[in-house]
Design a protein around this ligand. Sequence first.
Ligand code: KG4
Ligand code: ZN
Length: 345
Amino acid sequence: PREPLVLGIESSCDETGVGIVRGRTLLTNTVASSMDEHAKYGGVVPEVAARAHADAMVPVLQQALADAGVTLDEIDAISVTAGPGLAGALMVGVGAAKALSQATNKPLYGVNHLVGHVAADLLREDADAIEFPAIALLVSGGHTSLIRVNSLSGDSEMLGETIDDAAGEAFDKVARVLGLPYPGGPHIDRVAADGDAAAFKFPRGLSRASDHARGHRYNFSFSGLKTSVARVIEGFEDRDETVPVADIAASFREAVVDVLITKALAACADTGIPRLLLGGGVAANGRLREVAAERCAEAGVSLHIPPLSLCTDNGAMIAALGAELVRAGHAPSSLSFPADSTLPM
Ligand code: KG4
Ligand code: ZN
């Protein structure tokens, strides 16, 4: 049978994304970002993000259809991020998707953003080699989640999450105290290249046996790490010494990467699932990709990371997830589902 042609809409944070796929084949991934507007505030401002989505939604939709060379008529189904994310931002995408569905009489699927990140892996050339269940580690400015994905069209289970800052947020906040621009991740990556990752021993949050005993085996915490970095910087400043930015960046990055991969591989070992999927903006981190590759190889775990353009928020991953639901024969959502900022798995 012909693979379903699905249009996916994403608006949970600061990216307005419309992607179009045919089954597991990517036709277009069109994204407009309001990142620059948030840069001067050092983080995403919800109201600014929502307004930017409202301005960008229809132009991005038109661009996506033009790039893919398809008309709305030809689309088989529409999918949209229903949550989790920023409430006002989500409402723009959900409202647009419902209006489109109503006007075109196409079925609509409201989907989970985090499962969408996992579905980005289906758009890889070797997607058919990815088996489920799999363990997914999603790391971005808004989330740090370890998920057991039983199947993309069925159930998934949250194994652990951050109890304070997201991993990307930690990169952004540490960049700020180091005097680097927002978003911090790429800048820390850049300056860390000349640094010594062993110069400072920063804490690995929730990694002690006592933390595990308290139910935090798969949870993350980055606020202690952030504080620890800030104290080291203050120490240099108090002594009127030059802050060793490269060494601090490299040591900080090493601490984040170490704890992320250690916990992800613990989940693989505990569940006996030798497959790890990485996603989210922080999956662009050079050191994270390197350490993940090394340690997965040692542990006999197969590793899948989407291309960079599909790691950050986008509509194509939402379309890919929609296509899986259509293929699996799922019933569409009713047009009354809400945008849900805390949508569970
Ligand atoms: O997935 P994303 O584009 O948006 C959401 O937050 O959902 O992720 C953005 C986050 C930012 O915190 C940014 O600093 C981080 O991803 N990031 C990185 C890198 N590139 C982007 N973090 C570490 N290393 C990078 N190379
Ligand atoms: Zn995301």
